[in-house]
Design a protein around this ligand. Structure first.
Ligand code: AMP
Length: 290
């Protein structure tokens, strides 16, 4: 497959996309922060299947990191990323520097509310404003037909969908399933921070989610499922930030299963000093697969 073209400037990127749109090409866009793994390439593969051309951005966005978060340490390896993307049929890699996306004097941010308020919104103030701001800015340079996000960052998808609807952004948002390692741990660029012992602990996150799903299918009361889930995580030494069963659209807590309410388990926790998030969309209890 041809090596993707690396584009550094917003105007050049926008021209390339608009020119190709005018030729009738359908464009898919996959925004990432790099340090790519199979989770990211699954989005690229979906975009390649749906569209004529795929553009992937690689940009570690400072505006979504809090002051005590890992912006400086966040893993970066453009060379390896380009190599990986070249194997997945990406046509363009948009890799601007910070000054290009946030020029000197920059002073505009998207203010988010609604789905951005609970959970990550409380624990990482400003995070979703930073995410919405960069996604909108990137989209100015990559005016694609479709944009792809991973279900692993469930709340992020709700925030982006809300922004797209509220601002009338002309793009289709596509959600792709979470990709996991063989041991069940959801793939994440931050997994490189985990020591061998941390990793042993971290695999409990998915096994606990699976156990909770079994309880759900057996009709166990929601508060009991949550208590059991929290116990399984904390027994392994995992520090829980939240582990809740909620309405998958509103993120409101639910106390009773309702077949018409899509329901999800959301987890954020710390394993050693690494913060991890995961989730599991619960099947309808009326399905035979449950
Ligand atoms: P990031 O580089 O972490 O900002 O992620 C870029 C995109 O990849 C986001 O839409 C993530 O939800 C998605 N992503 C990250 N990890 C996974 C995974 N394990 N499975 C599916 N999508 C993922």
């Amino acid at each position: 497959m041809p090596t993707p073209l690396i584009v550094r400037k917003r105007a050049e990127m926008r021209n390339l996309i608009l020119t190709n749109r005018a030729l009738g090409r359908r464009i898919g866009f996959v925004p990432t922060m790099g340090s790519l793994h199979r989770g990211h390439t699954s989005l690229v593969d979906q975009a390649t299947a749906d569209c004529d051309d795929v553009v992937t951005s690689i940009f570690v966005n400072p505006s979504q990191f809090g002051p005590n978060e890992d912006y400086e340490e966040y893993p970066r390896d453009l060379h390896a990323d380009v190599h990986l993307l070249s194997q997945h049929g990406v046509r363009w890699i948009f890799a601007p520097d910070v000054q290009e996306m946030f020029p000197p004097g920059d002073s505009t941010r998207i203010e988010v509310s609604g789905p951005a308020k609970p959970y990550e919104g409380i624990l990482r103030p400003g995070h979703f404003s930073g995410v919405a701001t960069i996604v909108l800015r990137l989209l100015q340079s990559t005016p694609a037909h479709k944009i792809y996000f991973g279900a692993k960052d469930w709340q992020q998808i709700l925030v982006i969908r809300q922004m797209v609807q509220d601002l009338g952004v002309d793009i289709e948002v596509v959600t792709c399933p979470t990709v996991r390692d063989k041991d069940g741990l959801a793939m994440s660029s931050r997994n490189t921070y985990l020591s061998k012992d941390d990793r042993e602990q971290a695999i409990t996150i998915y096994s606990s989610l699976q156990q909770a799903e079994k309880h759900w299918c057996n009709g166990m009361a929601i508060n009991k499922i949550e208590n059991d889930l929290k116990k399984r995580l904390s027994t392994k030494g995992i520090q829980i930030e939240y582990a809740d069963i909620v309405d998958a659209k509103s993120l409101n807590k639910i106390s009773k299963a309702n077949p018409s309410t899509p329901t999800i388990i959301l987890i954020a926790c710390r394993v050693g000093s690494t913060r991890l998030i995961d989730n599991l969309l619960l099947p309808s209890q009326t399905l035979s697969s449950c």
